[in-house]
Structures are given as structure tokens and as C-alpha cells.
Design a protein around this ligand. Structure first.
Ligand code: ZN
Length: 291
């Protein structure tokens, strides 16, 4: 027996050495900001934040849902809504078909009900993989329904934005979603039902000009681009140079447009704490001490 065990011990390190040598090339990833190279697994473990420079790389809608909900609590709503092509915009119907293949059936946003630290809430997460998270009729309708659901059930609303703005292919119908979502969110404000808006990179155009900026609390991820028009357009319009860091989360915080810049690693705790606080509940630590 002792000899067998000795042989087994010998074999193990050899196997691990072989697997280490066989890491496929596509398992490596490079930080777009500083060039730091690491295996994908390590990036994933750090929630896709670079360990060298802290750059927040793209995080998928599905990953945000996992990050901000209790395991098994997420229940998706209205994923059967489909964009029509009312303006018969060139190639739009074909683009929708390929967008569904690439970004799934949710269109530009996932909406659903979930729990965070045991507290029920409604969550919407924009799906950048679907036509850049652009806001068309489906996105607007889903947000309006989710906000109305929050209002009816008196449940807090959390929206995570990642969007280039209105969906060009739906023209004025896209722009109308700004008013529609704002009206639904106004109901929450009127009846003091908490709404937390979380801005990720990028949050621009009609999304930043409507529901993304209407949160009772507005949080943003570090370095996120947040603004309405592009910098070049603004520069040409006002004929002036723009300040350093213009349209970043940090710049907006400094100028009082948002409430805090929250690293991805703290997003779950911060959101949970805010949800409890805004509903007049005790912090979780206090619960633990009492029980
Ligand atoms: Zn980096």
C-alpha cells in the first residue's frame, strides 16, 4: 500500500504540469486600458476588472443579473416582446434576426423579479450585446411595465444601464420611449417607492436623457462614459475645448450629477444596503446581532 501511495504522489505533479503547458491561446485576455495580460479565468474571478489598473471591462447583462440577485431568485418577465419594424427601415428586420442570435431573445434589456439579500425587488439590466443596448419600443415597454409593476406591488426598482441611446431604426418611436419610461418612473417618485439607477459604460443618448438619470440614487461604475451627445459634436457646437475627464463617472460625481462611483466588487453590497435603507429596514449586521 505504501509503495502504491508513493507512486500516486509522483504522478500528480506531472499531470498538473502538462495541463499548465496546454493552456490554449484564446484563454488569455488583455486589458484594453493598460495592456496587462492574464488568463481569462482570473479576469472572470475579478468580475472582469483589471488587477493592474482597475479598468472595468465589459460585463454581460447575464453577469450583472448573477451579481445582483440571490441564487435561484431571478424570474425573467416579458421576454416574449419583439420589435416590429413599423417604419420598414432598411435591413432592420434582418438586423433583428442576427441580433437575437448574438444577444439572445431579451432585446436591449432583461427585466424581471428577484431577491437581493432576501429582499424582493424588480431588476432591469440593459443588454449591450443586443444592438448596443439601444432603446427601441421593446426596451421602453419593458421598463415601463417593470416600473408599473414596482408601483403596483410597492417593490423597489433597480435599473442597470448600458446603451448607446435611442434605436435609430425605430425613429421617433424610440424617442417616445423617453417620455413613456419617465412617466412610469414618475409614479414611483410620487409614491416614494425607491428607484436605484446604476450607470455602466457607456450610458449615452436618450437613455442618459431619461430613466438613467431619474434614480432616487444614481450610482456609476468607475471610468464609465456617461453623457448625452458625443464629445466631438459638443466641441463643434460650443466651439470650446472640453475639460479633462469630461463625461466620465468621476467627472459627473465631482459636478454633483450622480451620487457615487462604485467599483463592481462593491456593487452588490452597496445596492443591498441602499435597498434596505430606502425601505426603512435595519442593516443586515444588526439583524444578525439580534437573532
Ligand atoms: Zn489594466
Amino acid at each position: 500500500m505504501a509503495v502504491m501511495a508513493w507512486f500516486k504522489k509522483e504522478r500528480k505533479p506531472r499531470i498538473s504540469q502538462r495541463t499548465r503547458l496546454e493552456i490554449p491561446k484564446d484563454a488569455w485576455e488583455r486589458c484594453e486600458n493598460c495592456g496587462h495580460v492574464d488568463i481569462r479565468e482570473r479576469f472572470e474571478k475579478a468580475l472582469n476588472v483589471c488587477s493592474e489598473c482597475g479598468h472595468h471591462r465589459r460585463f454581460s447583462a447575464e453577469e450583472y443579473i448573477e451579481l445582483l440577485t440571490d441564487p435561484g431568485s431571478w424570474r425573467e418577465l416579458w421576454n416574449n416582446l419583439r420589435s416590429a419594424d413599423p417604419l420598414h427601415f432598411e435591413h432592420y428586420s434582418e438586423r433583428l434576426v442576427s441580433a437575437r442570435k448574438k444577444g439572445g431573445q431579451a432585446d436591449g434589456i432583461y427585466t424581471g423579479a428577484a431577491k437581493l439579500d432576501g429582499l424582493p425587488f424588480n431588476l432591469g439590466v440593459m443588454n449591450f450585446a443586443f444592438m448596443g443596448g439601444s432603446m427601441g419600443s421593446v426596451v421602453g415597454e419593458k421598463i415601463a411595465r417593470l416600473a408599473r409593476r414596482s408601483h403596483e406591488k410597492k417593490l423597489p426598482l433597480v435599473l442597470i444601464s448600458a446603451s448607446g441611446g435611442a434605436r435609430m431604426q425605430e425613429g421617433v418611436l424610440s424617442l417616445m420611449q423617453m417620455a413613456k419610461t419617465s412617466a412610469a418612473i414618475a409614479l414611483l417618485h410620487r409614491d416614494a417607492i425607491p428607484y436605484i439607477s446604476i450607470l455602466t459604460d457607456p450610458t449615452t443618448g436618450g437613455v442618459s436623457a431619461s430613466y438613467a438619470m431619474q434614480g432616487d440614487v444614481i450610482l456609476a461604475e468607475p471610468g464609465a462614459l456617461i453623457g448625452f451627445a458625443g464629445q466631438r459634436v459638443i466641441k463643434q457646437t460650443i466651439g470650446q475645448d472640453l475639460p479633462d475627464g469630461f463625461q466620465t463617472a468621476e467627472f459627473l460625481l465631482e459636478h454633483g450629477q450622480i451620487d457615487d462611483v462604485v467599483p463592481r466588487a462593491s456593487l452588490r453590497d452597496t445596492t443591498a444596503r441602499l435597498l434596505r435603507h430606502m425601505q426603512g429596514q435595519r442593516p443586515l449586521a444588526e439583524h444578525a446581532e439580534l437573532s
